[in-house]
Design a protein around this ligand. Sequence first.
Ligand code: PPE
Length: 305
Amino acid sequence: MPTLVPTPKIWMNGTLVDWDKAQVHVLTHTLHYGTGVFEGIRAYETSEGPAVFRLTEHINRLFKSAKILGMEIPYTPEQLIAATKEVVRSTGLPSCYVRPLAYYGYGEMGLNPLPCVVDVAIACWPWGAYLGEDALTKGVRMKISSWTRLDHNTMPPAAKTVGNYVNSSLAKVEALKAGYDEAIMLNPQGFVSECTGENIFVVRNGVILTPPLSAGALEGITQNCVAQIAAELGYEMRVENIVRSDLYIAEEIFCCGTAAEVSAINSVDDRDVPCPGPITTAIAELYAKAVRGQVPHYKHWCELA
Ligand code: PPE
């Protein structure tokens, strides 16, 4: 039973088209080879209307992903920022999830994407709690994946490319089929990298640890918010490598991402983790206020649509 709720319009290559008409040819290059880049953004209801959270940073990351892939997006960041606001407004919704996607379109097949046209689409839809309604209160059950996180010289994890998400999907499906909610992925060196669609934080000896980008994590925009919020709340946070046993004996673990927001973790491989811990709760609460424009010093994160 599909749960995707249509909105009126999708932005495609400069125009708003009806949701049902936003279609591509089956020989679209990216559909065959995964050669696209995308973003995941949330717009939240604020007292001044819908605001797209850290929109500029997300669009900038889209361009960085494209640069890593060697793809030329035929728009400027300013144009895609304006387009995102336009499509968010067109939904009439106070809040929604936003998905910009730049992909190699129809016209050429074969592994060289460069002769293909680059198409850009921006869609929005209502998307609730990504890891379940009670992810903050009860926490999510994590499994360490048998799949290794992709690596810098295979599929660069710093780029949010379409093809990279096969790695995440393999891990996600494995975890769900085994009865868990989500997976934690280790990199080829055995260090903790991230979850299938979230960055991870582990509290050990009162210090919040998060893996470095070199461990194969995406440069998360929510992770950056959490770092600023943690500093404001007076917690010590360090970017350093985390090993599997750190997870098993952690005082708290949480993950974060645009879709998942700040979600508590209640166990890893059936080893209980105290949940929700005080640090997780304090950070999640301040983040939930910040995204809604309720924290004056973070209001610049909320870009009015
Ligand atoms: N790591 C990965 C692999 C990842 O996909 C995300 C976002 C993050 C970390 C957190 O990044 P940020 O959103 O900038 O804090 N995952 C998106 C994908 C969700 C999906 O299922 O699709 C998201 O949260 O929008």
